[in-house]
Design a protein around this ligand. Structure first.
Ligand code: ATR
Length: 289
């Protein structure tokens, strides 16, 4: 959307978070909107903790059609909504709001974005052994995805055992997937780790990795690292050296954004258009990074 093209009937969307200055979502959504021919504009709204309800009520009063919600408001926002979709409730976090007559409906498209990373590579989690590094905000959607997709086993690896246990309990409550919690020192003891999802902040903007021994990856088929700066993390590099496929977090970012757009507009991007958009946005991001 070019600013010159904003008119009276342009639909307004936005992102609320406390560090929105760094968000790529405005570029992502405005590009998708333009390429999909939707008359919309998407802007950043910096909102402090404790003021999320006021922001949501203000958004409704001003007919803002939808929001993305980012750190640290994905949990706090849930109290201000008319309804929360079942998967989002299981994850315990909402990143997408859609305006309805009764107020905003809440969804979680992070889980959709992560699932797409596997779908695109013709990989299913069904019946597989999934290893999840981390038990923070980003790990929640990955753990619930493992349950939703009927993974045989989920091993949550985390520095702080209590956080991992709480996440494990959440998965056990809803799904049959077997869940185990371990520390990083037990990583090499996992029998047949097939899929590895990295959700910690280790390796973000640095050459560190939470996996000390790269031999760990020798039986792993695919690694998704939610980090995308650097574009290839040390973890990804070492996983590839051991023969695994490795995907960075940009695909998940793109697909969660596209899924939000699709929810807002009740439309689906065609597969060809989707890949064209992803290519365009990837080039744009890498050109600026
Ligand atoms: P996010 O919302 O991005 O997931 P978060 O909720 O702060 O962020 O979670 C960060 C994750 O990275 C946590 O799993 C954290 O481990 P702890 O639960 O033990 O805090 C993990 N993490 C951060 N720094 C780490 C480090 N140096 N070594 C291992 N794990 C680390």
């Amino acid at each position: 959307m070019c600013v010159e093209l904003v008119e009276g009937k342009t639909a307004v969307y936005g992102i609320i978070g406390d560090r929105v200055e760094k968000s790529f979502s405005p570029v992502l959504q405005n590009t998708i909107g333009r390429e999909m021919g939707v008359n919309m504009v998407y802007v950043p709204f910096k909102v402090e903790s404790g003021r999320v309800r006021a922001a949501v009520e203000g958004g409704r009063a001003m007919n803002i059609r939808g929001f993305n919600v980012t750190v640290p408001h994905k949990i706090e926002v849930m109290d201000a909504l008319a309804s929360v979709d079942e998967t989002a409730a299981r994850i315990g976090a909402v990143n997408t709001l859609k305006l309805t007559e009764n107020g905003y409906e809440g969804y979680n498209t992070d889980i959709i974005g992560l699932k797409k990373c596997f779908d695109e590579r013709k990989t299913s989690l069904k019946g597989r052994n999934v290893v999840l590094a981390g038990a923070g905000g980003a790990a929640n959607s990955a753990a619930i995805l493992a349950g939703e997709e009927k993974a045989a086993k989920l091993v949550i690896v985390n520095r702080t055992a209590e956080k991992a246990e709480a996440l494990a309990e959440r998965v056990r409550k809803y799904y049959d997937t077997e869940v185990e919690v371990i520390g990083y020192d037990k990583l090499m003891d996992i029998a047949e780790p097939e899929i590895f999802i990295q959700t910690t902040s280790v390796g973000m903007g640095s050459d560190e990795t939470p996996v000390a021994e790269k031999e760990f990856f020798k039986n792993v088929g695919i690694v998704v690292d939610i980090i995308y700066t650097p574009w290839e993390t040390r973890l990804m590099r070492e996983a590839k050296e051991m023969g695994a496929a490795a995907v960075n977090g940009f695909d998940m970012l793109f697909y969660q954004g596209l899924a939000s757009f699709e929810i807002w507009n009740d439309m689906k991007a065609e597969p060809e258009k989707t890949l064209e958009l992803k290519k365009k946005l990837t080039e744009f991001y890498r050109g600026r990074a």
